[in-house]
Design a protein around this ligand. Structure first.
Ligand SMILES: [Zn+2]
Length: 493
């Protein structure tokens, strides 16, 4: 396990962890949000972030500080913690974002890392090349080679006990993301930001974000703290955490507030469109939208920024509680109903069920089957893998109805899991709460379970007894399986 990061609880690919930040002498619980502090425009003071919102870590731009005539010397002489009056951990960015925005910057990895060390940053960043999505493979490869050189160089700079990030680039070329992650992990650096996903987030390409993160995760060790760089909208925290992201940074709370935009876990609203605030934070309890709209620019921005922070930190707490309770995927499912692009993201997440299954706990509180997508959760996949190893003999009944002693064995059949021996009924995930009428997808997945069992037991003969499964599910059952309907035998339900 990496020295600075310890994992405590898992759900799907999500985890609760502790990031030890030696230079600050603090331990940050993850998933964590790093509010972005613009050195020139402090919408909400860092001390306020710490006292009112419980921020344990924040991020500010080392490159802007280094290039600022009025702040550079002050940051060097006082140090960031004193300058910002913040006792938590402070991470600094290197100017890579400016490089992506403006095409060039005036520093090097060694120079900016030394500057970050000298101003007392706790987590520093080298100058990587943020390659945007959808560029040619040649360009992504060439820029990745430069990034990798700089990461290796970063490993040689004397930074004391400042942690150093190793950004993972590679554009939307998934094999390059995976290779980049493996190389970054191999450097021995400490924190792993997945870079240049902001254009994907801005265009609501959540499915592509999931694929990029999944690729990077394949290249990183389990013990690597992963930062989804530039992701600060609370609507996507559950999804990104379920994929295995640990750190988020939010400039959104302030930038959106400046444009009169109001964050919610289901998306963004414009202040002018709201007659009621759908929130119980101190700002929304004390004001209505009309009052906020009538404030002067500064007061309005502050009020909206404070609401945006409340809803953002609240969602992060909700995500952590969901991990602890084992129902993170149900939270992702709920968030996926907020926007069609989020549903695409959730479906892409479930395409990686095998990857999620590796850290998904074998036992949880309850499995709520709440949507067609539930049928593709890692628990179902894991059961099907187990079915392929279970031995059964003779005439076997797999039934949605009651026990029948005319058969050598009578197993329960429950969509979406498929068949399982009756004595497992009280074990996870078969304690699942499932709807009275299963979805088509759930019946199809259950049929896949029957296939897995039948394939591994060619000597046994199977009868499937079902309540009106759709044709698409029955068509998936293996050849030679006897199928009968339970309709008319309601007493068995
Ligand atoms: Zn509010």
């Amino acid at each position: 396990m990496r020295d600075c990061f310890e994992l405590r609880a898992f759900d799907a690919g999500g985890r609760i962890g502790e990031l030890r930040v030696p230079r600050a002498g603090v331990t940050v619980e993850t998933p964590a949000l790093l509010p972005v502090i613009n050195p020139h425009i402090r919408t909400i003071e860092p001390a306020e972030l710490e006292a009112d919102f419980g921020a344990e870590i924040l991020i500010t731009n080392g490159y802007i500080l280094a290039g600022s005539d009025d702040l550079r010397e002050e940051a060097l002489s006082r140090g960031l913690h004193d300058l910002y009056d913040f006792s938590g951990a402070i991470m600094t960015d290197s100017g890579s974002f400016q490089l992506a925005e403006y095409g060039e910057i005036d520093t090097t990895t060694e120079e900016i890392l030394r500057f970050q060390r000298d101003v007392g940053s706790d987590v520093g960043t080298p100058v990587d090349i943020p390659t945007p999505p959808d560029v040619s493979r040649e360009r992504a490869e060439a820029e990745l080679a430069t990034t990798q050189e700089r990461l290796e160089l970063a490993g040689t700079v004397d930074v004391g006990d400042m942690l150093v990030t190793a950004p993972v680039q590679g554009s939307t070329h998934l094999d390059l993301r995976e290779a980049a992650a493996r190389d970054a992990y191999g450097t021995g650096l400490d924190v792993f930001p997945i870079g240049a996903v902001v254009p994907l987030l801005n265009s609501y390409r959540y499915d592509d974000v999931v694929c990029v993160v999944a690729a990077a995760k394949r290249g990183l060790g389990l013990d690597a703290p992963v930062h989804l760089f530039g992701a600060g909208h609370p609507m996507m925290f559950a999804l990104a955490v379920a994929m295995g992201c640990d750190l988020f940074d939010s400039a959104a709370y302030a930038l959106y507030a400046r444009d009169d935009r109001y964050l919610t876990v289901r998306g963004t609203e414009h202040l002018d469109d709201l007659e009621y605030f759908p929130c119980s934070c101190p700002v929304c309890v004390a004001h209505d939208p009309e009052e906020v709209a009538s404030c002067d620019d500064d007061a309005r921005e502050r009020l909206l920024a404070r609401h945006n922070l409340h809803v953002t930190f609240e969602e992060l707490r909700r995500v952590k509680e969901a991990i602890r309770r084992g129902n993170l995927l149900e939270l992702v499912d709920a968030r996926a109903r907020g926007h069609p692009a989020m549903l695409d993201g959730y479906r892409a997440l479930l395409d990686h069920a095998e990857q999620l299954e590796r850290t998904d706990p074998a036992v949880k509180d309850a499995f709520f089957h709440v949507s067609a997508e539930s049928a593709r959760r890692p628990e179902v996949l894991r059961h099907h893998e187990r079915l392929a190893r279970l031995a059964v003999e003779g005439d076997v009944l797999l039934t949605e109805g009651g026990d029948d002693d005319r058969y050598d064995a009578s197993w329960r059949l429950v969509p979406p899991f498929g068949p399982f021996p009756r004595h497992l009924s009280d074990t996870y995930p078969f304690t699942a709460e499932v709807p009275e009428t299963p979805t088509r997808e759930a019946c199809e997945r259950a049929a896949d379970g029957v296939c897995a069992l039948a394939e591994s037991n060619p000597g046994a003969s199977f009868t499937v007894a079902h309540w009106e499964w759709p044709e698409s599910a029955l068509a998936r059952l293996p050849e030679g399986v006897d199928v009968r309907s339970l309709v008319g035998r309601e007493s068995e339900r």
